[in-house]
Write a protein that binds this ligand. Sequence first.
Ligand SMILES: Cc1ncc(COP(=O)(O)O)c(C=O)c1O
Length: 348
Amino acid sequence: MRKVDLRSDTVTLPTLEMLEAMKSAELGDDVYGEDPTVNRLEELAAEKMGKEAALLTTSGTQANLVSVLCQTRRGDEVILERDAHLYYYEVGAFAILGGIIPRLVKGNMGVMSPVDIEAALRPSNVHFPPTSLVCIENTHNRAGGAMWTPSQTKAVYDFAKGRGLNVHLDGARIFNAAVAQNLDPREFTRNADTLMFCLSKGLSAPIGSLAVGNHDFIDRARKCRKMLGGGMRQAGVIAAAGIIAIEKMVGRLKDDHVNAKILAGGLAKLGVSLNPSSVQTNILIYDVSGLGVNADTWVSRMGEYGIKFGAVDRNRVRMVTHRGVEKEDIEYTLDAAAKVVDQLRGRS
Ligand SMILES: Cc1ncc(COP(=O)(O)O)c(C=O)c1O
């Protein structure tokens, strides 16, 4: 039976070229700043994002955490979209380790407006914690890979700066947003003080993310990463794959977006609640209750055909396209879905 893994773009395996580069990477002790391959990756990341410096971290979660910790003080409030990855999926790390209070805002497909943020801002008053940071997410995972435009990003940034707040961009999939809008990632990152992006998702590197910002931020982030146990030694073995991820794997993300659209169009015809035009990048989130099943049942019935993906909540599931999913896998998935729908409707 064919196997199609649509759980996440994190399941992508390194390319042969990455494995070769890892084997032959020039190495040193990165805690001493002496790993030339890490240094090269960090310089490349900073340049691609239009910032002064970057820091390799073990994961996106760690890059987000150091970014928040370095821009807040204990007891500060941070504004986040209510389904932000930082809030929803990162174990509450910033609250536990940083004493930070999340202030949640409901966005429109993950995008917050200055009006939303203004409503969440509290006046300076003895009762309230001070607000210091706004976190945005592009593309937005739980909003189905929805993307911010540069003008939406600028509107929030200008507003935040006017109120003395910093902006951190969770850009785990910023290259997806850039490719989908045919833009340079700097169109987004110029309107953020700090950002993080991941090498280990659609870009197919096995490990690693980068925190990016100005020199002062990166100096503090480096110390914070050490405090979190993330100082790595010959990390050039990771960085070597990361360099290839940035230099060679960005362009192909458009294939993942095309596949996601085809998948969305086919599923919508079968009666799931999904508007294909809302699928902007490589993530689809849709409701299956119209088929008379809940999310877990849909996941397990599709699993019988070797197709893996996960439930988001009781009625919604998530599918993610990536380098390990070919056009034939999409066709196979749609055939299997049609069969399951027929079975559910008692037609076979
Ligand atoms: C938007 C977003 N931010 C952060 C992360 C965290 O990345 P990691 O899994 O590398 O910790 C993810 C992971 O899926 C994500 O989707």
